[in-house]
Write a protein that binds this ligand. Structure first.
Ligand code: SF4
Length: 335
């Protein structure tokens, strides 16, 4: 049988597939705080938070609940100063996510009279909301028939359809969304999307899929699931050295405020180039990763002449300032 006929075979049994998947989920689906609500603001917060942070880390540290205690609604976040936003997001990384949450809240208040649109295509026009997040808010909050494809669902779909092309190519992305749309249970979109996502988080895991116990095994076309999904070749890791100064005076330390796009508004230790610190011995060394960079941070305890954007900040104020986690760890280890 050719590939198209096989794929058609799975789609022709989609009704039975949906039933099996939903039945399994209803019997043992996990209960997360964001599954216990249909409030679109709370669901949007969870979706944005979970984009680059694992479920276990969000749950263990009560990040979802703590964020909503500080910003329970659109009005509260829309009025928050940037310092407060960044501090509330500290440790989660990718800080543009929280700036976009605020922009989306402002847009819902000003353009939609404070009521979230139900339709995924309208949600997608809000700042920082992509196709996946729009579908998630539309289906989880409003039970609208909007498909979703995240990393877990992409893996499940690639295996279900035995797809041997890169899922992050333009053609691959288009194909996965088509399948997500075709398989979606339009009568029960909320539960179907939760179920297929959870299948990827449980049985259909990246390294060791448990096909023997999988509730949709009889529908799955995959012959070697461990080898799927395929992806385009990865970007190489770039190693970078940073040389930072730790200068403490009168219970204050010298800090600089970031101005670049990625960490705008954050405080960091002042940096110097390698020649400027060539006469000093590093006191300590830290390593951290950011996107495809592997950074080695050398820390020098020294008195220096502050540059124009650098200022002394009292140590007692550090807790209230936004400081990226690796830099905070370096400061705390040096105090
Ligand atoms: S049978 Fe295996 S590969 Fe297929 S969906 Fe289930 S766990 Fe994934």
């Amino acid at each position: 049988m050719d590939k198209k006929a096989i794929t058609k075979g799975l789609l022709s049994t989609r009704s039975a597939f949906r039933k099996s998947l939903i039945k399994w989920f209803e019997q043992g689906g996990k209960i997360y705080p964001w599954r216990a609500t249909d409030n679109p603001w709370k669901i949007l917060v969870s979706e944005i938070m979970l984009q680059q942070t694992t479920v276990s880390s969000v749950i263990a540290n009560r990040r979802f609940e703590r964020f909503l205690e500080e910003f329970p609604d659109l009005e509260t976040i829309s009025k928050a100063p940037e310092d407060q936003l960044l501090r509330a997001w500290e440790g989660l990384g990718y800080y543009n996510r929280v700036r976009n949450l605020q922009r989306a809240a402002v847009a819902v208040l000003s353009d939609h009279h404070g009521a979230f649109p139900k339709d995924a295509t309208i949600l997608e026009s809000l700042p920082g909301i992509g196709k996946y997040t729009a579908g998630a808010v539309s289906s989880f909050a409003f039970n609208e028939p909007a498909p979703i494809v995240d990393a877990n669902i992409a893996r499940v779909l690639a295996r279900l359809f035995n797809y041997h092309s890169p899922i992050d190519s333009t053609a691959g992305i288009r194909q996965l969304w088509e399948w997500a749309e075709s398989l979606l249970d339009r009568k029960h979109p909320r539960i179907f999307n939760s179920a297929i996502m959870e299948l990827g988080q449980t049985y259909c895991s990246p390294k060791k899929p448990d096909c023997q116990s999988c509730p949709v095994r009889k529908f799955c076309l995959s012959t070697s699931p461990e080898s799927l999904p395929l992806k385009k070749p990865r970007r190489k890791v770039v190693r970078v050295d940073e040389h930072a100064i730790f200068f403490e005076k009168d219970k204050s330390i010298l800090l600089a405020q970031e101005s670049g796009d990625r960490r705008k508004g954050f405080w960091r230790l002042p940096l110097r180039n390698e020649e400027e610190v060539a006469h000093l011995e590093p006191e300590s060394k830290f390593t951290y990763s950011i996107t495809h960079h592997r950074v080695t941070l050398y820390l020098y305890r020294s008195e220096v002449t502050p540059a124009s954007a650098e200022t002394f900040v009292p140590v007692y104020k550090l807790d209230s300032l936004p400081i990226a986690s690796p830099i905070r760890r370096a400061i705390e280890a040096s105090l």
